[in-house]
Design a protein around this ligand. Sequence first.
Ligand SMILES: [Fe+2]
Length: 529
Amino acid sequence: MVGRRDFLRMSGVILAGAFAPACARQSGVLGPLWPGGDPFSLGVASGEPAPDGFVLWTRLAPDPLSKDPGSPGGMSGGDLGLGYEIARDEGMRDVVQRGSATAEAAFAHSVHLEVTGLEPGRPYWYRFTSGAAQSPIGRALTAPAPGAPLAKLRFACASCSNYEAGYFASYRHLAAENPDLVLFLGDYIYEYIETKRPTVRKHSDDVEPTTLPGYRNRYAQYRLDSDLQNLHGSVSALVTWDDHEVQNDYADRWSQDFDDPEHFLQRRAAAYQAFYEHMPLRPSRVRPRSGSLDLYGRFGFGDLLEFSVLDGRQYRSREACYAKPDHGGGHVETDASCPELRDPHRNYLGPAQESWLAASLSKSRARWNVIAQDVLMAQLRERLPDGKIGFWTDDWNGYPVSRRKLLQTIHDQRVQNALVLSGDIHSFWANDLKLDFDDPRSPTVASELVGTSITSYGLPYDRFAGYLADNPHVRFFDSRWRGYMVSDVTPERVTTRFQAISNPQDPNAALSTLATFVVEDGKPGPVRG
Ligand SMILES: [Fe+2]
């Protein structure tokens, strides 16, 4: 396992700050030392590549799991200035920009630095400094200019990393693939405490967070994991969330526990703020505001590819037929038991995001239009013991009218090469997305690839494999492996490897390729490679 100190050594960082000799303070050479610990204990991250820059992130946390809610991460007091440097080389010799950034006290002394003025389509290296302390050196990428020819791009998708369920070997292997980008598709943290299944390590506070200090410490604990920290330090990220960043199966202001919505919105606001504080999000675009966070966005990479990153939780209608006894959150319903499933007034993305997505897709000139989002989109007909067909209400199967509307837009607007990336379901899937899933002759209008979980326990394999006969649009399913997806994009095709680790409970787990799927330009539907 590559440890934090190994990363520092590999990055060529001169150990300073917490590791500097005490005499440095007297000499005045290194400036004031940090009391208590390394202020950069949570590492660095970059995200949202643009043609002229990106967002750089860090958070000052000399005591990252501080139990004092008045000093998150061991920090108190007001905003703090930091230095930063950006270089053209990993040795930080060819520095092209240096300046000051602000660690905002209102956001747990996190930094979200919007860098501009850089060249398009190339890597840069960066670090932060505070007093005598230096952060690890991170690597970030600028996007090619809009419409500029781009011959290839490699991106990876990660979702569902339950700290208690396993070690983050998947993240380590993912970083070693050297992708240009990593997409986090949700369940980056888990809020609950595992009580039923085996665990390899515990959430530090052993209690489900409901407040800002609780969520902050949950993110901090995940970011202290060296495999995750190293991944963020070496690969720029695009991020969205699913439910466990707040609470299992929540929808908009509705918790799964039938809480008073006003009360739940306070919890959600705390969770959203902690998410913002720990992600390389662009503050001019995404900033917690009255308990909301405008997460969805579009990110272009030359003429090759455009990502539409969706928010599947904040604006959705509540799960259909949620009010039945014992039915908090997702459950299986049939069309007969729950006519509300097909109620045209229910909405998955919310009207504003739905319109934005339709407009984005319609005007895109990119070769590949990638929709990165949290949950399974393809229809999944679940054959029940009584022979009836049921649908899971918490993913797109619970919002078939919204799904049809999106696929109709893709079809009618002739959106070029629509490719949907999904997480949540802890299993690999390759699916044809049909214009009308209820008509087997309906055309395939888009492709869907679903990554498994980084560590979270998989679906019961035999039961779900038994559903496949009723779902001919499913080209591949396997829930027995933990891992991630990595995709190589060229103008001609997208080649995606389903990467599986040998055992999430082994920190040194080995990697293998479970299957490869190819989507050819102009031919919707993934084909086994
Ligand atoms: Fe999950």
